[in-house]
Design a protein around this ligand. Structure first.
Ligand SMILES: *[C@@H]1O[C@H](CO)[C@@H](O)[C@H](O)[C@H]1NC(C)=O
Ligand SMILES: *[C@@H]1O[C@H](CO)[C@@H](O)[C@H](O)[C@H]1NC(C)=O
Ligand SMILES: *[C@@H]1O[C@H](CO)[C@@H](O)[C@H](O)[C@H]1NC(C)=O
Ligand SMILES: *[C@@H]1O[C@H](CO)[C@@H](O)[C@H](O)[C@H]1NC(C)=O
Length: 440
């Protein structure tokens, strides 16, 4: 029946008579809303179960040592049967380790391990290291682990060997962004949503984030993108094992390992996506690698690949757009967005100029199949050339704390690159913001 028609009718004839009905309808509506919410959460929990990845163990101790093992990948570029194990290695040692494989689904088999520490350790006691293990064709191992030399064979901390199936074409996607770490109470929700939506417009197929901890507000948004298959969250419970540093230099910041183990996660991301994605973008959560001559990054990479066929590392300049300098028109001062905590990147179109004698920091786009070891701003070991992408072709839009805070607005350069996406961007960001309004 039509409750609404009934209500209008009765309120016109005798308003007081229909008060109980109004209350009843009110309760009924609220009840329906509760049921809807219940289904929404149940559905979300079921959807989450599909992404079992998040329950995967990503860090485990190597018994009898302070070393931590992270993941294992078959790496035939280094020789047939070579397995590379990514670790967080305690530099004082022990330096002698053994690999243990489960041959033919059970029988353990050990071989000596070869440890190669990465050159970037910034003075911290723990460093990213690759540990190489040779398996034989007859062994048919699916799992591998590390142990100290001479210890009893023990297969309870074996990790699956990934990349057993390798392909050099037919990728799941062209572009993937690796975000090294999410930690602390990162609550910059609006900038996160806007960035994710710009990424989609630019042709990025997936974002991979290593999650140590996140704020309650951001958590909901993360789930939204996980369910959309746009985001993959890899658990990174590093604080259970180490006292990770929040900085990048041991003398200055202390702690066990550089910046929450960022270098380890970036290397893991390369191997994890080696045969899934044509290119990887290694940038931060608040950085947008933007093409200035192409409508999206796929077209730009097609062209770069054609012009630079032997290049596997593309260096892109990072530019700062101070978050405390606003544009004047108020064009994107939208009421819906004001309810979401965080920076509204569309309000910041002023870029800091280059400084003489200071090289702009760079971020990298890589062909992961040609990269062996990476750092944050450079690749440490690779099987190809690197190329500095010209500033007028591509650069990073990074809305953040100013670096040249003494400059007046007039001394900054107006750059409205992100505004070009507004027609698509505004409704997309509205949709996500609307589903995640701030608590009253
Ligand atoms: C560990 O070894 C035992 C026997 O040696 C075997 O039954 C079991 O399947 C092995 N586990 C794994 C994960 O290989
Ligand atoms: C991120 O990690 C925290 C801490 O382990 C966890 O509570 C949270 O559910 C994780 N978030 C996602 C989206 O997996
Ligand atoms: C981005 O560039 C600024 C300088 O323009 C630099 O200080 C900042 O550290 C860079 N961010 C990263 C994460 O590289
Ligand atoms: C945005 O709009 C609100 C409400 O109209 C106003 O109070 C605020 O000052 C505006 N902010 C900017 C940066 O224009």
């Amino acid at each position: 029946m039509c409750w609404f028609c009934f209500l209008v009718q009765c309120s016109l004839s005798d308003p007081s008579a229909c008060l109980p009905t109004i209350l009843f309808v009110d309760h009924l509506l609220k009840f329906t809303q509760d049921i809807c919410n219940f289904w929404f959460y149940l559905l979300q929990a079921i959807m989450d179960l599909r992404h079992l990845d998040k329950f995967k163990i990503t860090i485990s101790p190597i018994k009898g040592t302070r070393h931590l093992q992270v993941s294992a990948y078959l790496d035939e570029r280094k020789g047939k049967g070579t397995v590379r194990i990514i670790t967080m290695f305690y530099r004082p040692g022990p330096h002698e380790l053994q690999c243990i494989f489960n041959c033919n689904k059970g029988v353990p088999f050990t071989t000596p391990a070869q440890v190669e520490q990465h050159s970037d350790n910034f003075g911290f006691p723990f460093v990213t290291a690759d540990v190489f293990c040779e398996t034989s064709y007859r062994c048919k191992a699916t799992h591998v682990g590390l142990q100290t030399q001479g210890s009893v064979q023990n297969n309870d901390s074996l990790m699956p060997i990934q990349n057993l199936q390798q392909r050099n074409n037919g990728f799941e996607r062209d572009l993937t962004v690796c975000i090294s770490n999410l930690f602390g109470d990162y609550n910059n929700v609006l900038q996160f949503i806007q960035t994710m939506e710009v990424y989609k417009i630019l042709g990025i197929g997936r974002v991979v984030i290593y999650n140590t901890s996140s704020s309650h507000m951001l958590e909901k948004v993360l789930h939204y993108y996980v369910n959309e298959d746009m985001l993959e969250v890899i658990p990174w419970p590093i604080s259970h094992f180490l006292n990770p540093s929040r900085g990048w230099r041991f003398e200055e910041h202390g702690g066990d390992i550089h910046y929450f183990g960022q270098l380890t996660t970036l290397n893991d991301c390369i191997y994890r996506n080696m045969y899934k994605s044509r290119f990887l973008l290694l940038n931060d959560i608040d950085e947008i690698i933007a093409p200035y001559q192409h409508t999206n990054l796929n077209l730009m990479m097609d062209e770069l690949e054609k012009k630079q066929p032997d290049t596997c590392v593309f260096l892109v300049e990072n530019h700062t757009y101070p978050f405390n300098v606003f544009e004047d028109s108020g064009r994107f001062n939208l009421s819906l967005w004001r309810q979401v905590p965080g920076i509204n990147i569309m309000k910041h179109i002023h870029r800091e100029p280059d400084r003489k004698h200071i090289v702009n920091p760079i971020k990298i786009i890589v062909n992961p199949r040609k990269v062996e070891q990476t750092s944050v701003h450079s690749v440490l070991k690779r099987f190809g050339n690197q190329y500095r992408v010209p500033f007028d072709l591509c650069r990073i839009v990074h809305v953040r704390v100013p670096l040249q805070g003494h400059l007046s607005k007039e001394e900054l350069i107006v750059d409205t690159k992100l505004w070009e996406y507004h027609k698509e961007l505004v409704p997309r960001v509205n949709k996500v913001s609307f589903m995640h309004p701030a608590p009253p």
